[in-house]
Design a protein around this ligand. Sequence first.
Ligand code: B1M
Length: 221
Amino acid sequence: MTPDEILKEMYDQTLVGNGPRVLELTHQALEQGMEPQSLLFDSLIPALEEVGARFERGDFFVPEMLIAGRAMAGSMEVLRPLLADTGVETIGKFVMGTVKGDVHDIGKNLVNIMLEGAGFEVIDLGVQVAPEKFVAAIEEHQPDIVGMSAFLTTTMPMFKANLNALTKAGLREQVIVMVGGAPVTQEYADAVGADGYAADASATVKRAKALLAQRRAGVPA
Ligand code: B1M
């Protein structure tokens, strides 16, 4: 198969949630020397975007979203070490989690992979992370940055609840707070009082590095 044929079939098979075939194509693509980034950005992510569009139109339902998500996650397990293993020095510590009430984790996991690839040590708290769990993790790990993902308009308000919990615990000033997720915008991030927002995984890395450099230079975020 040519690289274009692989990307096309991987897209189609992710769309229908054929995990075993997506995994097979992932291995085949890598054996042929294709770039892991290309599999992600030219096939897997566009496929999930289409899944979302079909869900909105009522052509797909939750089970279809679930199996498509699983198909992508299976491939990401193979891609993870290739994307993250750049051998760079640790540049900072990042605590990351999806907010309470929200089970989406594919986007968060992709952000984690990119952060690790850029040299951040990432402590992943998983999904449905309650405010008190963010507080406990900051106390335990003393990260430079805490990252919160929300993928539903109904769970975005948890950012504010988390920030309030950090303030109450006396931790707000010691940690940079970044937020993100499909429905989140810069305006929303500003409104809840987060220090940083990014729209996708590579933008998160850029923004995290810039915020860290600012903080280390003594400039408030
Ligand atoms: Co759900 N879901 N889902 N879903 N799901 C969305 C998010 C939705 C947009 C679909 C749609 O309607 N078009 C919609 C939300 C609408 C809204 O509120 N605005 C939706 C809905 C409605 C729901 C349910 C409510 C459905 C239902 O039950 N009726 C339900 C909610 C469950 C819950 O959480 N309580 C639900 C459930 C699910 C599944 C479990 C079936 C599954 C999740 C599987 C999993 O994650 N393990 C699922 C899926 C797969 C999706 C879609 C199709 C794909 C999500 C995804 O992985 N995208 C999604 C549609 C879509 O996004 N187009 C949808 C690929 C991923 C790489 O992108 O997640 O955007 P993304 O992550 C990006 C950025 O957001 C950013 O970087 C990431 C990488 O580039 N980013 C950050 C993420 N975190 C960041 C943090 C940062 C910075 C950037 O700083 C800290």
